[in-house]
Design a protein. Structure first.
Length: 118
């Protein structure tokens, strides 16, 4: 990880330049912008114990950005003690799986996997 964090009001209007291969420059326009360089894909050997057993899971790369919980709130929950997200319920219908796939694809650090034990 090269750059990772959450913008705050003191940085409003400024830019943050990611120093990884993307070399992207992201304008900070508010207090709720989250940014991070890319990590590696999810690793089921490092998934949280709190995940519901099954195909989808969250691993320990999670930075608690909240995106998956906003995208698929029926399936992702927050561990208040640990400060991370986990799969609280496995999807079963096509619609539910699509919601979890959307969350997985949107995770900025690729902490969500779908190759867990079924
Ligand atoms: S989107 Fe990824 S990093 Fe953000 S809370 Fe969910 S699992 Fe964690």
């Amino acid at each position: 990880m090269v750059g990772c964090g959450k913008a705050d009001e003191t940085k409003k209007g400024q830019s943050f330049k990611l120093l990884d291969a993307w070399a992207a420059e992201i304008p900070l326009t508010g207090g709720d912008i989250r940014f991070c360089s890319r990590f590696t894909m999810a690793n089921k050997a490092e998934k949280w114990e709190t995940n519901a057993a099954g195909k989808f899971y969250v691993d320990q790369q999670c930075i608690d950005c909240d995106l998956c919980r906003e995208t698929a709130p029926a399936f992702f929950s927050r561990s208040e003690e640990g400060g991370y997200s986990y799969l609280s319920k496995q999807p079963t219908t096509e619609e539910d799986i699509a919601a979890c796939m959307e969350a997985m694809e949107g995770c900025p650090v690729e902490a969500i996997g779908n190759d867990g034990d079924v």
